[in-house]
Design a binder for this molecule. Structure first.
Ligand code: AHR
Length: 330
């Protein structure tokens, strides 16, 4: 019996110590044993933005000869925690993950730290002890919200009377939703004309954008809320915006009298902007792959990486000349 237990323990030991090699060999060539392995946990595929974000990371990994262990968390934090733990067991060289929400990561990041695996936080920020991860790469959600509000203030220059705003916000407790709300308020709260009369969590989903707009229209008999006209809709992402536009179209409501602001700059929303259905779209750049791979290579070589790397982002408005712009690719 004792002999059996020892054999079993040795087997486990062989499995675990041999783990990294086995994973590397799953790629292809003889060169694979020297490849860096990146464990990457993605939130899911809730939007065209997200799909492009995943593609960008895969393309850049292939260009840099980096092998990816990929996990799609299907919009669940518990799946992300499991994935990160499995990357630790596999002894990947670097872990990168897109945190669906900003809290609840301390324990798993402590485990990665104890295993000596550096972690890069991608796209959304987290709230935790800063020494638990190497750096952040992604967008500045505060600036995105600020830019949308700045456009609104310019657009409403000279207008008098109360301007009622309805806000469709992104996933609750996600850093981007919080930042986009705060950046927007940092501008509109300074001007008494603007009133945010309703905020609702649409989870960044097109279906929720449509659902929320359908409900407002059916309960209020049009683009109104509690007897007040809706002058502005601020949507935290293009998927929800496309959903609300679907609803307006199904209800034969012309959106031209309402100012609509969105974030992401997917092709479909740029098309809607050109057609006059939207007024401003702030870009959220999904093409993080090339910069992420540079950071992965640096960190795997033991070099420091910046604490925060923000992507460059543009603003598209109804005043732009679209005759020369390049298609978005997502
Ligand atoms: O975290 C980035 C946001 O997540 C994008 O704005 C949105 O489209 C996605 O769901």
């Amino acid at each position: 019996m004792k002999k059996l237990t020892i054999t079993f323990l040795i087997l486990i030991l062989i499995l675990f110590t041999g783990c990294k090699k086995t994973v590397k060999k799953t790629s292809d060539s003889s060169k694979s044993a020297d490849k860096l392995i990146l464990g990457f946990s993605q939130i899911g595929s809730e939007s065209a933005w997200r799909t492009r974000n995943t593609q960008s990371i895969f393309e850049a990994a292939a260009e840099n000869d980096i092998q990816i262990l990929f996990d799609d968390a299907q919009q669940k934090q518990e799946n992300q925690l499991k994935a990160i733990r499995s990357f630790i067991v596999y002894q990947v060289d670097v872990i990168a993950f897109v945190p669906i929400v900003s809290t609840g990561w301390d324990n798993v990041l402590q485990e990665a730290k104890e295993a000596g695996i550096p972690v890069i936080v991608v796209d959304r920020q987290i709230d935790c002890e800063p020494t638990l991860y190497a750096g952040f790469l992604g967008e500045n959600g505060y600036e995105e919200g600020f830019a949308a509000a700045h456009f609104l203030v310019e657009k409403c220059r000279g207008r008098t009377g109360q301007i009622n705003i309805v806000e469709f916000s992104g996933t609750e407790n996600s850093s981007v939703a919080t930042e986009r709300a705060e950046g927007f308020r940092s501008v509109v709260d300074k001007d008494d004309r603007f009133k945010i009369i309703h905020t609702e969590d649409g989870d960044f989903l097109r279906s929720r954008g449509k659902e929320m707009m359908d409900r407002i229209i059916s309960q209020n008999g049009g683009l109104r809320l509690n007897e007040k006209p809706i002058d502005v809709i601020y949507s935290h992402n293009d998927s929800m915006t496309l959903g609300l536009l679907d609803s307006l179209e199904n209800n034969n409501i012309n959106p031209r009298s309402t100012i609509i602001l969105s974030i992401d700059a997917e092709q479909k929303c740029i098309d809607a902007l050109v057609q006059g259905k939207l007024n401003c779209v702030v870009e959220c750049n999904p093409n993080l792959g090339p910069t992420l791979m540079q950071l992965v290579i640096k960190i795997a070589a033991g070099e420091p990486i910046p604490r925060v790397t923000y992507m460059l982002e543009k603003i598209f408005t109804e005043n732009d000349d679209f005759s020369t712009y390049t298609p978005r690719g997502y």
